[in-house]
Design a protein around this ligand. Structure first.
Ligand code: MG
Ligand code: MG
Length: 243
């Protein structure tokens, strides 16, 4: 699964370099399409239509700006000074899939946004560290939830992590909160996406736009989302979505 993960990491790195004030979300989507084409990979996002959506997803990235937490559709919106951007991207190569997300600011950052992003990244790292053979799935969930609560951020257990394999979304589901020591036993060979998303306002509610996809914080506060695809191995957790 590493080659698929490397394609994902490459695209996210390119997007991070290119994203700036005045750049449109469509341009970032086009950039990611280019990386897929160069690598002979396909998009598990494009045309994806799970049960909650009334139309297939039209892009290869999810681009979620400011109060949008997840599943933002890439469109003509141009990034503005101080925006908080989350980009979620997946690639399928030789029948295997990788899934990862990054959050960052463009232009002059708001200090509160940097703290939100740093906390989400710390929760991701804690979730990954807990993905050890012999542990339980609840260890990963609990590690993420504890960091969100300590920081006073809102979190919701909908739309959390998941198994990854030939397809993007497989069982088990990996909620962003839970009880340590509970749930599926973590065995070498299991691959999961771990993906905390937090809302700065501290409330746990969200709403979805009429497009059926765009998921916003219920209180209008900003949100951050980060993700890696992680293999559980006898040597411990290994991140697959890196260069
Ligand atoms: Mg993802
Ligand atoms: Mg995912």
């Amino acid at each position: 699964m590493r080659p698929a993960g490397r394609v994902v990491a490459t695209a996210l790195q390119e997007i991070r370099k290119h994203a700036a004030v005045g750049v449109s979300l469509t341009e970032l989507d086009q950039l990611a399409r280019g990386v897929l084409a160069e690598n002979g990979a396909t998009s598990p996002f494009l045309g994806y239509q799970p049960s909650f959506a009334h139309s297939p997803f039209p892009g290869v990235i999810c681009s979620s700006v400011n109060d949008v937490a997840l599943h933002g559709i890439p469109g003509p919106y141009r990034l503005a000074d101080g925006d908080l951007v989350s980009i979620d991207f997946g690639a399928t190569l030789h029948g295997w899939t990788g899934d990862s997300a990054i959050s960052f600011t463009v232009g002059t950052p708001h200090p509160a946004d940097l703290r939100l992003i740093e906390t989400a990244e710390r929760a991701l790292a804690a979730g990954i560290a807990a993905a050890k053979p012999g542990g339980r799935l609840g260890d990963v969930s609990a590690a993420i939830g504890a960091i969100a609560r300590a920081a006073g951020y809102g979190l919701h257990t909908d739309f959390g992590g998941h198994g990854v394999g030939h397809t993007m979304h497989e069982s088990p589901s990996v909620p962003n909160d839970g009880k340590a020591g509970r749930g599926l036993k973590l065995e070498p060979g299991l691959v999961i996406a771990i993906e905390p998303w937090f809302m700065a306002g501290g409330h746990d509610s969200y709403r979805i736009d009429d497009d059926g996809w765009t998921l916003r914080s219920g209180d209008g506060s900003r949100a951050a989302h980060v993700e890696h695809t992680v293999a559980i191995t006898v040597a411990g957790p290994q991140i697959l979505t890196t260069l």
